[in-house]
Design a protein around this ligand. Structure first.
Ligand code: FEO
Length: 170
């Protein structure tokens, strides 16, 4: 990688992706404690996706013969009021990640780092999906209100999520 600034930002992004995984692990623990095993499963898949995101940045730096510098991770939030509260936090978090990816994309373009641009294009598409998934669940939960039966159905549906590793070579 030619640009020291971009290299720093990519290393920082590894930390953000790992902190995302840590956050979703915390949310999984919350759902287990509240006996929502389907939502817990959804969070486990989300954690696996974040670890794969971190690995994508990590592998990109290794492949481009650049320095990986792992930073200290911040602890995640641990308590939420309700499943809706959790998924609102997921949506907000993914919006933050999207803004980070957009910043990295602009930086990579300004530095004429084309391999980094290609990598970040994958993440831009991924973030559209990440936000849409979270928003859909927020909307479903809002529609259900306090209905125990509704929560039961959503929990069952979210429990069907399975992890699909991202395609290689990006
Ligand atoms: Fe790696 Fe959910 O963004």
């Amino acid at each position: 990688m030619k640009s020291e600034h971009l290299l720093e930002e990519f290393n920082k992004q590894i930390k953000y992706e790992l902190e995302s995984a840590y956050l979703y692990f915390a949310m999984e623990a919350y759902f287990h404690a509240e006996n929502f095993s389907g939502m817990a499963q959804w969070m486990r898949v989300q954690t696996q996706e974040e670890l794969a995101h971190a690995a994508k940045f990590f592998d990109f730096l290794i492949t481009s013969n650049s320095r990986v510098e792992l930073a200290e991770l911040s602890g995640p939030r641990k308590d939420w009021k309700s499943p809706l509260d959790v998924f609102k936090a997921v949506y907000k978090h993914e919006q933050f990640v999207t803004s980070r990816i957009n910043e990295l994309y602009q930086l990579a373009q300004s530095e004429n780092d084309y391999p980094a641009v290609v990598l970040l294009q994958w993440f831009i598409t991924e973030q559209v999906e990440e936000e849409a998934n979270a928003l859909k669940i927020v909307e479903d939960l809002e529609r259900m209100g306090d209905s125990g039966h509704g929560l039961f159905l959503i929990d069952r549906e979210l429990g069907t999520r399975i992890y699909m590793p991202p395609a290689t070579a990006e």
